[in-house]
Design a protein around this ligand. Structure first.
Ligand SMILES: [Zn+2]
Ligand SMILES: [Zn+2]
Length: 346
């Protein structure tokens, strides 16, 4: 489509997003052009925009699914009209992370993609055909836009080593916490408590399968060297809030596992003495298992996730992205908001 333009939500600086007309990209050799169907709003996008980390002129959005509309030179095995998601680039195969089958933290991976790259808050994106995964007929393209965060939840859970009988705490009932809770449920982990200050999000946590949803204030402070009265075996810290992480660390049982999932502006203080005498495992989870997107697509297609509760019911156009990000940052919306690459007006 030489010379054609498309609407895109462009970060223009000062925490603001504006819809602009950009050139439709041309697929290079080995690439396909994809029409974006839906792109989810991620907490990372909120940080990049509202805390102004993004580079002005960039288009964000990395949780998307769409349809192939053109193929570049040399692309075989893919046809116009096929519905797809794009997995991550492979690792170098050689660094420490790759040798441990963790290519998503490969030392040579492309960094800073989201800071200034061309994301999917726009009508068309180009993508390397080697990254494509075909969607099953039974999975909607809209639901498939959850593939990336679902791959993250699968990775987080597999790194944690959680077992079905474990007593689990998820701190933060935003999109990441809710998806983690739902994927835990799909894997047979039934005893999940979600701690979350927003009443809307607590209600949603119960809908996606949490056994309990509590206000963070009810979590007790631990006495020095003592477990709390009802400690947890595995804790997923999904809020990214320093105070929440510090209180969550108090809830961990001896030999328990604590996973940092949510990123945040301020850093929590970790009581290393408590970590030592409890022999805590404290780890970070960032990206995906080596086959993470295939697993995510299969799980989304399995019917074992409460998709209607995980995805916010009303999709928004590109022109409502900025205001929706502000609403999400105030925890006014429960679930993942999907952006359509259209301009709705109003
Ligand atoms: Zn994301
Ligand atoms: Zn590597």
């Amino acid at each position: 489509m030489p010379g054609a333009t498309m609407p895109a939500a462009v970060y223009v600086g000062d925490g603001r997003i504006e819809v602009q007309q950009l050139d439709v990209p041309e697929p290079a050799a080995g690439e396909v052009l994809v029409e974006v169907s839906h792109c989810g709003i991620c907490g990372t996008d909120l940080h990049l925009v509202l805390q102004q980390y993004a580079r002005p002129g960039s288009v964000l959005g990395h949780e998307w699914a769409g349809t192939v509309v053109a193929t570049g030179a040399g692309v075989t095995g893919w046809a116009v009209g096929e519905r797809i998601v794009a997995g991550p680039r492979g690792g170098c195969g050689d660094c420490y992370a790759c040798r441990r089958d963790r290519p998503s933290v490969c030392r040579s991976r492309a960094r800073g993609d989201m800071l200034g790259g061309r994301g999917a808050y726009c009508r068309y994106v180009t993508v390397d055909a080697a990254r494509l995964l075909r969607l099953p007929d039974t999975l909607s393209t809209r639901a498939a836009a959850l593939s990336e965060p679902t791959a993250i939840a699968l990775h987080t859970i597999s790194l944690s080593g959680v077992a079905p009988g474990d007593r689990v705490l998820v701190t933060g009932g935003g999109p990441v916490g809710l998806l983690t809770t739902a994927v835990l449920g799909a894997q047979g982990v039934a005893d999940v408590t979600v701690s979350e200050p927003s009443a809307v999000r607590r209600a949603q946590a119960l809908t996606v399968g949490a056994r309990r949803a509590i206000e963070p204030t009810v979590l007790e402070r631990a006495a020095i060297g003592q477990p709390v009265a009802e400690p947890y075996d595995v804790i997923f810290e999904c809020s990214g809030v320093a105070a929440a992480a510090e209180r969550a660390l108090d809830q961990l049982d001896e030999a328990g596992t604590f996973v940092f999932v949510g990123t945040g502006h301020d850093w929590p203080r970790v009581n290393h003495n408590r970590a030592i005498i409890f022999e805590m495992t404290i780890l970070g989870a960032y990206n995906y298992n080596a086959d993470g997107f295939a697993g995510a697509v299969a799980l989304l297609d399995s019917g074992r996730l409460p998709l209607d509760a995980l995805i916010a019911p009303i999709d928004v156009g590109l022109d409502a992205l900025g205001v929706t990000m502000e609403r999400l940052s105030r925890a006014e919306i429960a679930g993942k908001v999907m952006v359509r690459p259209t301009v709705e007006g109003g």
